[in-house]
Design a protein around this ligand. Structure first.
Ligand code: PEP
Length: 256
């Protein structure tokens, strides 16, 4: 098995202005000395309006944490009011961009085809997509969650070459676990993360599948991260609520 470095990415969602963003990044950086970054990659994913401030702080203080955006336009430029493009995010020094988050699928009606175009836009501009897949509670109750997530994964990667797939981070985020406090059990997380990796191996080969980081997301906290990342196919976490508290997020990263 490839040794995959865990990634903890904090999705701030629509929280914190740029002053608050600076304060939070400083708090995380203070609580996480350099030695932690040898064993875990840490990223913050603030709202667009905070990214320039985060960039200035990270560059100025030579911080080891990375950052990204919560969304990307499928277009490079043009008359797309309100959208933010890959070239803009790349210029801001973003490493990551979240694509296909369930909140965008639900509130902005993003379908698999658009998610696929956004994954391509990210890769085209040197950004690492954190591609979110996950089932709603009804799907889990029907017992078809593995097939559902695998279908979302393949649709989002449609048309990509194996070498492009290698650069993608996948996040399994069961919708019923997001922001609910109801975390999936480590076995639940492993079941789907393992099945997604098996699907990647079937389609793109074992070597690519071994290299891709598969995260779990949904009510992750410092109290449950250790058991989740003990699972063979869970390579870290996408963290929402708990990423807004600097001490808690740093603790969670240290335990990953
Ligand atoms: C998320 O929104 O990606 C998420 C995992 O949220 P939370 O940790 O709050 O459940």
């Amino acid at each position: 098995m490839a040794s995959r470095k865990p990634l903890i990415a904090g999705n701030w969602k629509m929280n914190l202005n740029h002053f608050e963003a600076i304060a939070l990044v400083q708090k995380i950086a203070f609580a996480l000395p350099a030695k932690y970054f040898e064993k875990v990659d840490v990223a913050v994913i603030p709202p667009f309006t905070d990214i320039r401030s985060v960039q200035t702080l990270v560059d100025g203080d030579k911080l080891l944490l990375t950052y990204g955006a919560q969304d990307i336009s499928a277009h490079d430029a043009g008359a797309y009011t309100g959208e933010v493009s890959g070239p803009m995010l790349a210029k801001l020094g973003c490493t990551f961009v979240v694509v296909g988050h369930s909140e965008r699928r639900e509130y902005h009606h993003e379908d698999d085809e658009l998610v696929n175009r956004k994954v391509r836009a990210a890769l085209k501009h040197g950004l690492t997509p954190i591609l979110c897949v996950g089932e709603r509670i009804e799907v889990r109750e029907q017992g078809t969650h593995v097939e559902h997530c695998a279908a979302q994964l393949l649709a989002a990667l449609k048309g990509l070459k194996a070498e492009q797939v290698r650069q993608v981070v996948v996040a399994y985020e069961p919708v019923w676990a997001i922001g609910t406090g109801r975390v999936a059990t480590p076995a639940d997380a492993q079941e789907v993360c393992g099945a997604l990796r098996a699907k990647l191996a079937e389609k793109y080969g074992a070597e690519i599948a071994d290299a891709v980081r598969v995260l779990y997301g949904g009510s992750v906290k410092s109290g449950n991260i250790a058991d989740l990342v003990k699972q063979d196919d869970v390579d870290g976490a996408l963290v929402g609520g708990a990423s807004l508290d600097g001490e808690e997020f740093a603790k969670l990263c240290a335990l990953a």
